[in-house]
Structure formats: C-alpha cells, structure tokens
Design a protein around this ligand. Structure first.
Ligand code: ZN
Length: 399
C-alpha cells in the first residue's frame, strides 16, 4: 500500500510560489486576524493547499487537521473532502475515510477534485482487499469525468468479483452490464445484450437523446425476487434505475421478451428525460408504446368503468404494485390508449416533448397548452368521446 503513488488533490501551486507550507499557513492566519480577513471559502481553499502539501510530504497528522478545518469552513469544498479521505486512508483510519468518501459522493455540484484522487483511493482500497469501497471510489472517479479504458477495466473487474462473491455471474457489453443468476446461460445474456444495443439505437432516435450512463441489467432465474417485491405476476419486468428481468432457466429469446426489453429500456430514457416528474400514465403508456404494444380503441371503453372520472389526475395509484389486478390492467390499457390518442393528434414526438417539458418543471397544464393547444381535462374528454364513439353498441341492461 505504501508504495502506491497518490496524486495531489489540490490545484498545483502557482509557479514561483514558495513551497513552504508552514509559511503559507502563517500568512493565512495573520490575514485572518487582520481588519479585512478573507472569506470562509477562500480560507478553506488555502487551508486545502497547505494541507495537500503536508500530505504530499508525508506529514499526515497536520494534513488531517488542516483539511478537516477546510471541510468544516466550506462543506462544498470537494477537493478538501477528497484529500481528507486520502489522508485518513494513509493514516490507517479506514472508518473515517469511509465516512468522508460517502460524504463526497452524496453532494453533487460541489467543487470537484481531480478524478485521479479517487482512482488512487480505489487502488488503495483494492490493495486492502476492500472491493466494495474500491468500486465506490472508482465509480466516483468515473462520475467526475475519468472515461479512460484503464478505469473502466478496474470497475468491470471489481464488479465481476462482487457478482461472483454474491453468487451471480457478470457480463459486460459495451453499453449494458449484466448480473445474472447462474441458472441463466451466458449465451442468452449475450443475445439480450445484442438486442439491447440495437434497441438503444432506435430508442435514442425516438427519444432524441442518448443515455448518459451505462445501464445495469439484472436477470433473475425465476420470479423469486419479484415475489419479494410483491410485483403482480403478469408484470414482465421492472425498472428502478436498473432493468430487472425474471427469466425461466432455458428461456429462449422471443418477440415477447424483446418487447419487454424495449419497454424497460424506454423507462431508462424516460427517467433521464423527465426525472421523476412524469405521471405513471405517461411513463407506462409510452413504455408500452415503445415496446411495440397497441390497443384497439374499440375495446378500451369498458376499462373506464374501473377508473376515476379524471383519469389523468387520479390514476396514479392504480399502477402501483399492490393494487388489484383488474384495476392495474385497466390502468395500463387506458394509458396506452391515451398515448395512442396523443400520438395521433401531435405525432409520437409530441409525447416525448411532453415528458421533456414536465422534466423541466412545467406543469401538465402548461405542457398540454403548449403541445396540444388545449387543457388536459378537455383533451381527456375528447379521448373519452372517441372511445365511446368507437365502442361496439351496448345491450341495454335492465335495472
Ligand atoms: Zn413499465
């Protein structure tokens, strides 16, 4: 561990500046006592410079003291946080290091250090046989912009080790990473990967954007996981930031499976486009649409009797996992029907724009007025009228 090169976390010292950290610290303390002391952020940055210099020269104890002060003066100082994590690792205080690593990963948009700090940190953890911490540090380096092949290899190797130690197998394609039960054959997983690669080209075109990060796909042998999560048995898959698929051992690729993959992949795009602001009818309706499913509007109307009068406003709960089967089925069919209706009106691209506008913080009403020149309530009324018109004539029931 001691022989690992650890790069400096801070900015390089300006050229020509004396490298004596003790003097830089004395100067700073004097200025702090003066009539016009520097602001907290500047004090924090200068303490970080001094702390990093101590760390580089092996003076770990003063480095920890100064970097801790830098973090407490400016909690957004990511350079100080990263350097402090390194200092604790060098000092052998793994628990403290973990604490600061966690903190560094939680807060986005702070002033960030060179990703190399996290690469080095991951290397240290790996040498200590702490694969999960190593993985966390390397993932952080990737988040901070290190897109090098060496780093991707380190991450893939660590994930593969992790999967192995947890009884799963691991396969990494170029854009999709798979964790799968040993009962699932690797050749099937490779086919899923090829299919998803092709589907992601089509869906990038449909959604008018690329996915920002690789997607993790977890393939379960059988439905055990889904029983635990109380997903209804007719739901084929699940997306919660990862694509989760239950497959029976010996499954063959089929059109139904490909439709399911397109559906779950669409959720990944929708999450990126709309954050979590799109209502379920939009997410599930559009995911089904992209999955290739269509409903015949002539047969949709009876489902309306299972739903509240204002479907767009009040259907949210009916998509949830624990609702009863008939209502959930009705909600899925109606959401698809409504997406078909919107697509016929404004083109499928208009529905993508709708998700995008919601993601930008617009209300449903604002987005509808912008895209369909009408309110959600009156578009819903037009859709219902359409379904009623197309429905086969009913036999009158006697009361
Ligand atoms: Zn779905």
């Amino acid at each position: 561990v001691g022989s690992l090169a650890i790069p400096a976390a801070g900015r390089p010292a300006p050229q020509g500046e004396p490298q004596d950290p003790a003097k830089a610290l004395r100067d700073l303390r004097r200025e702090q006592r003066s009539a016009t002391p520097p602001g907290e952020a500047e004090i924090s940055a200068r303490l970080t410079d001094v702390g990093v210099r101590y760390l580089e020269t092996g003076h770990v104890a003063p480095a920890i003291e100064l970097l801790s002060e830098a973090v407490s003066r400016d909690p957004d100082n990511g350079v100080a946080l990263a350097s402090l994590t390194l200092a604790y690792v060098k000092h052998g205080d793994v628990e403290f290091a973990e604490f600061y690593l966690d903190l560094a990963r939680q807060v986005a948009r702070r002033k960030n250090p060179d990703p190399a700090v996290y690469v080095a940190l991951g290397d240290v953890y790996e040498a200590q046989n702490r694969p999960e911490d190593a993985l966390a540090a390397w993932e952080q380096a990737r988040t901070l912009g290190d897109a090098s092949v060496e780093l991707l290899r380190k991450i893939a190797r660590a994930q593969s080790d992790w999967a192995f130690s947890h009884g799963q197998k691991y396969f990494s394609g170029s854009r999709f990473e798979f964790f799968f039960d040993p009962s699932i054959s690797e050749s099937l997983v490779r086919m899923l990967d090829e299919f998803l690669e092709r589907a992601s080209v089509e869906e990038a075109r449909f959604f008018m954007r690329e996915l920002a990060s690789d997607q993790v796909v977890i393939v379960y042998g059988g439905r055990r996981y889904f029983e635990f999560s109380e997903t209804p048995d007719w739901v084929g898959g699940f997306y919660d930031g990862k694509i989760r698929l239950p497959l029976e051992a010996g499954s063959e690729p089929s059109e139904a499976l490909f439709g399911l993959l397109r559906h779950e992949l669409a959720h990944a795009y929708l999450r990126e486009i709309s954050g979590r602001r799109a209502p379920s009818w939009l997410q599930e309706g559009l995911a089904q649409y992209v999955g290739g499913r269509r409903v015949d509007p002539a047969f949709v109307e009876p489902f309306l009797s299972n739903m509240p009068a204002d479907f767009l406003e009040n259907s949210e709960g009916f998509f949830r996992q624990r609702t009863d089967r008939e209502q959930a089925r009705a909600a899925y069919a109606l959401s698809l029907s409504f997406i078909q209706f919107l697509s016929a009106r404004g083109g499928p691209g208009s529905v993508v724009c709708l998700a995008e506008e919601l993601g930008q913080g617009r209300t449903l009403r604002e987005s509808f007025l912008d895209l369909y020149r009408d309110t959600p309530a009156s578009i819903e009324a037009a859709w219902r009228a359409d379904l009623a018109r197309l429905a086969p004539p009913k036999k009158k029931k006697k009361k």
